[in-house]
Design a protein around this ligand. Structure first.
Ligand code: PLP
Length: 395
């Protein structure tokens, strides 16, 4: 084991990691993995396998000897397929030549965007509760995370006034994620227009993480990048992990004005080089037949959503009806218990795993996240057990 004398003036691990905690989700699930007979509503991962024709495309590519690097930006065929898909699906127009870069999941896209844009001390606004990686990645880019709380009474939609209240002369970037992890909230055109107007007025660049865009259950997803005047100041992030059940392929992409794609590409070419070629080949096939695959999964998730939402209503836990993604975010605070204690109690007493809301930032206190990308029979049994636990807490 490598150790260093404690008197040594140089520390082994870099300073910028000191304030970064391990993901609350990982810690919780390290405990879950030691227990038996647990029904997990914890992991944000589809309960489907990747559609067979997509897996077959990867196998075929491998058989054909597709085992090398691709261009740094990604296969030209894939970038063309992404451009066609985004135009048809979200009305977004990007030039595959210099406005799209293929990344190793949206995770890499988030990191590239932050490192390409931020100088030390720049402030980055993001609505909270939010996906666990935003704040750490901002910190690793030597910038300052500025959470903007969203609240259940507003359906966890970011309010312009709340955003305005946290803007300073150092604010540079806003991160938006709708449909949202962990709340399941969506933001309609009107809500987006208010945020867009604010971004323009304060000259903010925006990262919009639309990874759950296809998983919208009422109406169609509208991307901030599609609003007038927003394409020029927006980095649009998307990928195939969620709506295509392709988490393990690690395939995403970022779309932005050429100057930003060029900046992101510089980091990508020296750190990642390119996304895996087999995943890129699989993605070409996935986008070719996107509509029917995605619709199949979306309609299953819609059924799961309707069931879980009704179940929480029946047991008296307030819960917004999730408009998108595959998470329900019921409130447990009125039971007189913290979200962490609720989650640990439910795990211990009833062997159901949910994630404490605080894993998604302080404003997640009082809530727990339940992923309904889980088999319906398991969801049904988990709800019976949860209702029993809630009843016990009420007594
Ligand atoms: N963005 C959000 C909002 C997510 O919920 C996740 C995964 O849970 C990611 C990004 C990471 O996705 P990927 O698998 O494409 O890296």
């Amino acid at each position: 084991m490598i150790t260093r004398d404690s008197k040594s003036p140089r520390k082994l691990v870099a300073r910028h990691l000191e304030g970064i905690p391990r993901s609350g989700i990982r810690d919780f699930f390290d405990i879950v993995s030691t227990m038996r007979d647990v029904i997990s509503l914890g992991i944000g991962e589809p309960n489907f396998d990747t559609p067979w024709h997509v897996r077959e495309a990867a196998v075929f590519a491998l058989e054909q000897g597709a085992t090398g690097y691709t261009s740094n930006l990604g296969l030209a065929r894939l970038r063309a397929a992404v451009a066609g898909y985004l135009d048809a699906t979200f009305g977004l127009s990007y030039d595959p030549k210099d406005e799209i870069i293929v990344t190793v999941g949206v995770s890499e896209g988030i990191d590239l965007a932050m490192r390409a844009l931020l100088n030390p001390g720049d402030e980055v606004l993001y609505h909270e509760p939010c996906y666990v990686s935003y704040a750490p990645v901002i910190t690793l880019a030597h910038a300052v995370p500025v959470p903007v709380p969203t609240r259940a009474e507003h359906g966890f939609r970011l309010q312009r006034a709340d955003l305005e209240a946290r803007i300073t002369a150092r604010s540079k970037l806003l991160v938006l994620n709708y449909p949202n992890n962990p709340t399941g909230a969506t933001l309609d055109r009107e809500g987006l227009e208010a945020i867009a107007a604010c971004a323009c007025e304060h000259d903010l660049t925006v990262i919009t993480d639309d990874i759950y865009g296809e998983l919208t259950y009422e109406g169609k997803h509208v991307s901030l990048a599609s609003l007038p005047g927003m394409k020029e100041r927006t980095i649009f992030l998307h990928g195939l992990s969620k709506a295509w059940a392709m988490t393990g392929f690690r395939l995403g992409y970022a779309c932005a004005p050429p100057v930003l794609i060029e900046a992101m590409m510089k980091i990508h070419q020296y750190t990642m080089l390119c996304a895996p070629i087999l995943s890129q080949e699989a993605a070409v096939e996935a986008l070719r037949r996107a509509e029917e695959d995605v619709e199949q999964m979306r309609s299953a998730y819609r059924r799961h959503r309707n069931f879980i939402h009704a179940a929480f209503a029946e047991m008296g836990l307030p819960c917004q009806c999730p408009g998108g993604a595959f998470y329900a975010f019921p409130e447990v605070s009125h039971l007189g218990i913290s979200s962490r204690d609720f989650a640990f109690g439910l795990l211990e007493e009833e062997r159901v795993a949910v994630v404490p809301g605080t894993a998604f930032g302080e404003s997640g206190e009082g809530f727990v996240r339940c992923s309904y990308a889980t088999g319906l029979d398991d969801i049904k049994e988990a709800m019976v057990r949860t209702a029993r636990h809630v009843e016990r807490l009420r007594r």
